[in-house]
Ligand binder design. Structure first.
Ligand code: ZN
Length: 255
């Protein structure tokens, strides 16, 4: 990861998210963010509005997209995700955009501006209906404000770490620690459960195969504790994918 990312005049909290991705995976996404500067200030971080956080995240996502291999519409991944997300740009009153990054890591994430990104490795291991559940799950993190809350938390943590540092810059080690914290505790158990429940309701609303909700989590559960499981940790860590799959199983069985 690059030091230049975290110095300068302005920072976008969600870079922690990408630091997290870079830490978790092998793709080195953070190295490609480029051009984002940081002026973390605790006072500012505490008072930044939701709208400003969303706007800065959007700006950062534009930069991220520019600096990553986004699957073009003609690519099999790009075409597949476009088909799967057709008609969802304004799902549940949101303003969403979907893209695939052509990297092998097994992950997906949503930022508070409504950007939802899939990494190709995740698409490789899931059926269309399983991906639909994950789409619903990620939409939930936007809709229910989880992404915004996590971004704000990361922003404050970064500002505090910077303030505590004599030269007012985050060291690479601090950034790595923050990134790991973010990966491991991005969302609470109840947020993940809420997102799974929303994902299931999303499947029902669109008349997709609801059983795929459970099977997608079983696939992630099979990765828990493996190297790939670590790269999938944002999807699978809290609570464990097995427990999440069991919960969905109960919900499906009780109908
Ligand atoms: Zn989640």
């Amino acid at each position: 990861m690059s030091r230049t990312l975290i110095t300068g005049s302005k920072v976008f909290a969600a870079f922690i998210l990408f630091a997290a991705l870079a830490t978790a995976g092998k793709a080195g996404l953070l190295d490609k963010v480029g051009g984002l500067d940081a002026a973390l200030d605790v006072a500012k971080a505490a008072t930044v509005s939701d709208a400003d956080l969303q706007a800065s995240t959007k700006q950062m996502m534009d930069q991220m997209d520019k600096n990553n291999r986004v699957a073009p519409a003609s690519d099999k991944y790009g075409k597949r995700l476009a088909d799967l997300t057709k008609g969802l740009a304004n799902e549940d009153g949101l303003k969403l955009n979907f893209k695939v990054y052509l990297v092998k890591d097994i992950n997906a994430f949503a930022t508070p501006d409504g950007s939802i990104r899939f990494l190709a490795g995740l698409m490789d291991m899931m059926t269309d209906d399983e991906l639909r559940f994950i789409i619903g799950h990620e939409v939930a993190h936007v809709k229910l404000g989880h992404s915004l809350k996590a971004t704000r938390t990361a922003y404050l943590a970064s500002a505090a770490a910077k303030a505590a540092n004599a030269n007012s810059k985050l060291s690479v080690q601090q950034l790595t620690e923050l990134a790991e914290k973010f990966v491991n505790a991005q969302f609470s158990q109840s947020q993940e459960t809420d997102a799974d429940n929303y994902g299931l309701a999303f499947m029902k609303r669109h008349k997709y195969n609801q059983a795929a909700a459970e099977s997608s989590l079983r696939k992630l559960a099979a990765l828990d504790g493996t190297a790939d499981g670590r790269s999938a940790s944002m999807l699978s860590s809290h609570p464990g994918s097995k427990q999440r799959a069991d919960k969905i199983h109960e919900l499906l069985a009780s109908k």
